[in-house]
Ligand binder design. Structure first.
Ligand code: ATP
Ligand code: MG
Length: 443
């Protein structure tokens, strides 16, 4: 069953088509002008619009153009009494799925409509398939740190405990939050994302807790908040460090008691919403600097999961890159692409300050740019190469090997958070690194 809209200024045609398509169990509406059609479509989109070409005010072609702009998924079929090739070509160019010439038999129009709907179904299926591939993250890891993290996340997902996700930008905090929801018994209930950065304090407050009509300018009706919308499910508070002090206080009460009042409301609302929060800032430092409430921090910090930076799990770079490449090939409808040896080496060597997000962008760009079936180093962003070549260019030709080593170790250390991280980049163990650091007098 599909939702169809018939647009024609001739009453008889409308009536015949409505009766006919209803007999085929479709949900059919009809109007006599383009303007009426647009009104109806904006209320609730249709799967297919069947419109006359020649109408008094707005032609079928104008309507088609409007629909394609506002609802690109809606199929449009034009009915024209003037079957000039010109009209037909213009219509198809403007995005019509097909056209039929008047007079037509009901069998003809049925055939055209059914074919259109079938094709729309296929498109939707394709999209769904692509979405599952895009959304499903790669949750296999060869890195011990990441494996431990995923194991803990899986266990924690089952409980109702509040979770705090930390880690550099692009490491996969949003991805993991969604995945933990899928792992939890709440998986069939809503997963709601609230970004604490983008809204003003007033808007964020109403976004979180909802508001009552008239509680501020623009509050024209009662509106439940996102914490309420997530009842039974999970609310993901992204960039939690950006909550203003007043909202921190209000949110603390929610975390403690699972209850709150809407903005301008008196009634206390109780919900069963699980909280997952994320930040790429050092929340403890924010507490010390008195930017973040300590009591809220401890409430959120029940289970903290720190996502490792991509350079701390180098063994995952190539599997991730290949996986992202497969998804990109599929999305661009290209044959499966492969990584050349040179490209693989460059990907493994790079520091990835933007983590998985940067890797994903690099791969998607390469998938579009490459001419062959293999990604060449040339298809990758320049930044992957600048890193290494700059550093090498700075070293004078007269330098001894020891000087080069000292220089390199100092640089990696300055870019790493921990000795472990630096030792992994350098490919030597921590003790060796520690000894070399002392010998070269590097701070
Ligand atoms: N394991 C994974 N498999 C596939 N894709 C991943 C994986 N982890 C992260 N990504 C992708 O990397 C990108 C960044 O991930 P995400 O948005 O979760 O990072 P984030 O830690 O929330 O970053 P930010 O701190 O900037 O918000 C997304 O496109 C995501 O799909
Ligand atoms: Mg994020």
């Amino acid at each position: 069953m599909a939702r169809l809209l018939i647009v024609d200024d001739e009453k008889n045609i409308r009536r015949n088509l409505v009766t006919f398509f209803e007999s085929l169990h479709h949900e059919v509406s009809s109007v006599d002008s383009g303007a009426e059609a647009i009104k109806l479509i904006n209320e609730k989109p249709f799967d297919l619009v069947l419109t006359d070409f020649r109408m008094a005010e707005m032609t079928g072609l104008d309507l088609l153009r409007d629909v394609k702009r506002s609802h690109p998924e809606t199929l449009v079929i034009l009915m024209t009494a003037y079957a000039t090739v010109e009209n037909a070509v213009t219509a198809m160019k403007a995005g019509a799925y097909d056209y039929v010439t008047k007079p037509f038999t009901l069998e003809q129009i049925q055939h055209t409509v059914e074919r259109a709907l079938q094709m729309q179904g296929l498109r939707a299926e394709n999209r769904a398939l692509r979405n599952t591939i895009e959304e499903a993250p790669l949750l296999e890891s060869k890195s011990p740190a990441m494996m431990r993290l995923l194991e803990t996340a899986r266990q924690a997902a089952v409980s109702d405990a509040t979770i705090l996700l930390t880690g550099e930008s692009g490491t996969g905090k949003n991805m993991l939050a969604r995945q933990m929801h899928r792992w939890s018994p709440r998986r069939d209930k809503p997963f709601v994302v609230i970004n604490c950065t983008t809204l003003s304090e007033e808007l964020l407050e109403s976004e979180l807790f909802g508001h009552m009509r008239g509680s501020f300018t623009g509050a024209v009706k009662d509106k439940p908040g996102r914490l309420e919308a997530a009842d039974g499910g999970t609310a993901f508070l992204d960039e939690i460090a950006d909550l203003t002090p007043r909202l921190q206080t209000k949110f603390l009460r929610f975390v403690q008691e699972q209850q709150f009042e809407r903005v301008g409301g008196e009634q206390t609302i109780r919900v069963d919403t699980r909280i997952v929060a994320a930040t790429n800032r050092d929340l403890e430092a924010e507490v010390t600097a008195r930017h973040f409430r300590e009591d809220l921090f401890y409430r959120l910090n029940v289970i903290t999961l720190r996502l490792p930076a991509l350079r701390e799990r180098r063994e995952d770079i190539l599997p991730l890159a290949e996986w992202l490449l497969d998804a990109a090939s599929l999305r661009n409808q290209r044959a499966k692409l492969k990584l050349s040896q040179g490209a693989a080496a460059a990907l493994t060597r790079y520091r990835w300050p933007g983590n998985v997000r940067e890797l994903r962008n690099a791969i998607e760009r390469a998938a579009v740019l490459t001419r062959g079936e293999e990604i060449a180093p040339d298809d990758l962003p320049d930044s992957l190469f600048r890193d290494a070549s700059d550093a090498i260019a700075r070293i004078p030709h007269s330098a001894s090997l020891e000087e080069v080593e000292r220089e390199h170790i100092a640089r990696v250390l300055s870019e790493s958070a921990t000795l472990e991280e630096a030792s992994e980049v350098l490919g030597i163990n921590v003790t060796t690194l520690w000894r070399k650091r002392r010998r070269y007098g590097i701070e």
